[in-house]
Design a binder for this molecule. Structure first.
Ligand SMILES: CC(C)(COP(=O)(O)OP(=O)(O)OC[C@H]1O[C@@H](n2cnc3c(N)ncnc32)[C@H](O)[C@@H]1OP(=O)(O)O)[C@@H](O)C(=O)NCCC(=O)NCCS
Length: 173
């Protein structure tokens, strides 16, 4: 059972002051974590990058990032604090990224995911992403392949309705 209501969670652009908490989640989550300075430099590029945090009061519960390249959005990261996983925080963050990508007129979204990371693949499939390719040995720490997952034509009205439906179901729970 959730120990909070989803409406207590606020989504903000990631600020310098969030980076210590973001980094703590990053280290807990990924075998080869980004450094603090990587996050700082990513959030400085405000025009093409969007980095978000999900917060309850002052606690960062999760974060996500997207880098815009022409009409494509590259989802570079998403993670939720262990204790708060499977409580829809990832969903809220991804909805924000997708809505912002639609607002910016992007055509598609893509990302790389470890082949062994079935949970993340399931998560993205829920948002209709599908596997479109593979990067052999992309993760140099384990030499694991990355699957490339993508969602094309995000601005079509069916997909927009689908995203708004997920959002309204969340808000009405
Ligand atoms: C992937 C991640 C961000 C999902 O965030 P979350 O807040 O825990 O997920 P949500 O509660 O929003 O779940 C949404 C859907 O994702 C899938 N999902 C999430 N956790 C899952 C799990 N443990 N097992 C199977 N499916 C899962 C389900 O389809 C779920 O919908 P459902 O609960 O109705 O079945 C989170 O698991 C995480 O931080 N993982 C580690 C970091 C990572 O792998 N990032 C992606 C790198 S590419």
């Amino acid at each position: 059972m959730n120990d909070f209501n989803l409406d207590e969670i606020k989504i903000h652009k990631m600020k310098f002051g969030d980076v210590d908490q973001v980094y703590a989640i990053e280290v807990d989550t990924f075998p080869t974590p980004w450094s603090k300075s990587s996050f700082l430099s990513q959030i400085l590029r405000r025009r093409f990058n969007l980095y978000l945090v999900a917060k309850k009061d002052n606690e960062v519960l999760g974060y996500a990032g997207m880098v815009q390249r022409s009409k494509e959005g590259h989802i570079t990261t998403i993670a939720v604090k262990n204790r708060f996983k499977r409580k829809r925080i990832g969903t809220i963050l991804l909805i924000y990224l997708i809505k912002e990508a639609i607002k910016r007129g992007l055509v598609n979204l893509y990302l790389e995911v470890r082949e062994s990371n079935k949970i993340a693949q399931e998560f993205y499939r829920k948002f209709k992403f599908s596997t479109i390719g593979r990067k052999i040995g992309y993760y140099s720490d384990t030499n694991e392949d990355a699957l490339i997952m993508a969602m094309d034509n995000i601005s079509n009205s069916k997909y927009k309705d689908f995203i708004f439906k997920i959002e309204s179901d969340l808000l009405n729970k």
